[in-house]
Design a protein around this ligand. Structure first.
Ligand code: NAD
Length: 467
């Protein structure tokens, strides 16, 4: 495949991408820049006609794309990753405007997105010979499902989209990306950028209001929905998909705990845990959301965390640690929680960075003994802390912090969560399946296991003797 000559992307106007074409709608809408509270550019507000056109284009191209050899699909995704790498600065700056994260983290998200595309395209889903003898051979193989839809939230709109795009495309499925109405911009540009590398209809994107998700999940020709978002919306997606037994992967909310053992080096562990709790202004499904500190070091650990969060720079600078919350609704929710801590008489410690006058900024807040921002709790026995950590309907991630890796690993094995880390948290990898236990999700994404979720399983029984 030759590399097409494509002009640099224009990051000021935004279109749906349907059947290889850039289209818009009679009525448009816009997101809000969370740092300035001013409007971002207009984007399409897709209608049922747009949904119909995109699904029908994906359906038409499916047999062709499914029949394209794996290596060719891989080569196309690699070229596309190269294009994204070339355009990384434009995407990063656009991401700051729509999502609010400081430029240094926006750049990292784009670099991670390129990595996710490349590394997932490197994977192979090979046929497995399960049984073989002189008479017969039994093979398990994986076939693409058909039209897929990727529904993406507003906290990591680029890397989470790429984490659906690459597995769908490499396994032979066309995909329609539906970004959050709060953050539609980068997703539309991701699809626009892709057009020279894939046949029309293979990679499409639709932006819209709250109606668009339900229209897509209810569409009879959509065979698979890969959804990342809240647990409540995940249940609606599953309900809609269940009517026709469409496949779903649900990556939902988390309530991640970090268990701090008595032997940690407080000087390094406390700042690291604080960073992993407040990264992306705490808007990460796998951010540390509860910290259980052993009672013997509770005070020292707490003091170090507080000292550290007071150094966080919270503003719109490129090198700030925390930007604004992404949207007004989330800002008001968290603000209410912070006020509630005070009115309940709990002790809250906040950062000292001077707050910008506009934008959805909130000071980093630590409180004890329990609260909604990042509660710092104490524990005394291992059985007790494991019981408390598992006593939640969520099961996304968790971590154990200790110098004794074996002991920490033993504790980690008792935690009910899809990802468990020792001495780190929020560490994800395109080669490793990412899954939620309990209310945090169904199925998984990424790695070989993630590729399988974009496929049907087929058992092929070959009888060698002539019929
Ligand atoms: P959300 O559930 O409100 O929205 C997610 C997406 O679903 C958006 O694109 C939205 O437009 C769409 N949507 C809304 N209603 C729908 C419906 N009825 N049918 C189909 N689609 C619909 O979530 P959010 O507020 O955008 O994101 C924050 C949540 O996402 C948090 O709970 C966070 O923990 C979770 N999250 C999970 C992961 C993970 O991998 N497990 C990663 C990031 C975020």
């Amino acid at each position: 495949m030759t590399t097409p000559i494509v002009p640099p992307l224009d990051f000021s106007s935004f279109y749906n991408v349907i059947n290889g074409e850039l289209t818009t709608t009679a009525t448009t809408r816009h997101g809000i820049n969370p740092a300035t509270e001013g409007p971002n550019p207009e984007v399409p507000a897709s209608t049922p006609t747009d949904v119909e056109a995109a699904v029908s284009a994906a359906k038409s191209v499916f047999p062709q794309w499914a029949a394209t050899p794996w290596d060719e699909r891989r080569a196309a995704i690699k070229k596309y990753a190269e294009a994204l790498e070339r355009e990384q600065e434009g995407f990063a700056r656009l991401l700051v405007h729509e999502q609010g994260k400081p430029l240094q983290f926006a750049r990292k998200e784009i670099i991670d997105s390129v990595r996710w595309l490349r590394e997932i395209a490197d994977l192979n889903l090979v046929e497995e010979v399960i049984r073989e003898d002189e008479e017969s051979q039994t093979i398990v193989r994986y076939t693409p499902i058909g039209v897929t839809v990727g529904i993406v939230p507003w906290n990591y709109p680029v890397v989470l989209a790429c984490g659906k795009i690459a597995p769908a495309l490499i396994t032979g499925n066309p995909i329609i990306i539906k970004p959050s109405p709060f953050t539609p911009y980068c997703a539309l540009k991701l699809a626009e950028l892709a057009q020279p590398y894939f046949p029309p209809g293979v990679f499409q994107a639709l932006s819209g209001d709250d109606n668009l998700g339900p229209w897509l999940t209810a569409h009879p020709e959509v065979g698979k929905i890969s959804f990342t978002g809240s647990t409540e919306t995940g249940k609606k997606v599953m309900d809609s998909a269940s009517r026709r037994l469409a496949r779903v992967t649900l990556e939902l909310g988390g309530n991640d705990a970090a268990i701090i053992c008595p032997d940690v080096d407080i000087e390094t562990a406390a700042p690291t845990v604080a960073t992993l709790a407040f990264l992306n202004s705490g808007q990460i499904c796998i951010a540390v959301k509860r910290v259980y500190v052993h009672e013997s070091i509770y005070n020292q650990f707490r003091d170090k965390v507080i000292e550290y969060i007071r150094t966080f720079k919270v503003n719109t600078d490129d090198d700030a640690f925390m930007g604004p919350l992404q949207n007004k609704m989330q800002f008001e929710r968290v603000n209410d929680l912070v006020h509630d801590i005070g009115s309940q008489g709990y002790l809250a410690a906040t950062g000292e960075s001077e707050m910008p006058k506009t934008g959805y900024f909130i000071k980093p807040t630590i409180e004890e003994p329990f609260g909604p921002v990042v509660p710092l709790l104490s524990w005394s026995s291992e059985d007790e802390v494991i019981r408390r950590v598992n006593d939640t309907k969520m099961g996304l991630g968790a971590s154990v912090w200790s110098r004794d890796i074996d002991r920490a690993a033993e504790l980690a094995r008792r935690i009910e969560a899809g990802s468990v880390w020792i001495n780190k948290h929020v560490a994800i990898d395109p080669h490793v399946p990412f899954a939620g236990h309990k209310g945090s999700g169904i199925g998984c994404e990424w790695g070989i296991e993630g590729l399988k979720t974009f496929c049907n399983v087929q058992a092929l029984f070959l009888q060698k003797s002539k019929a």
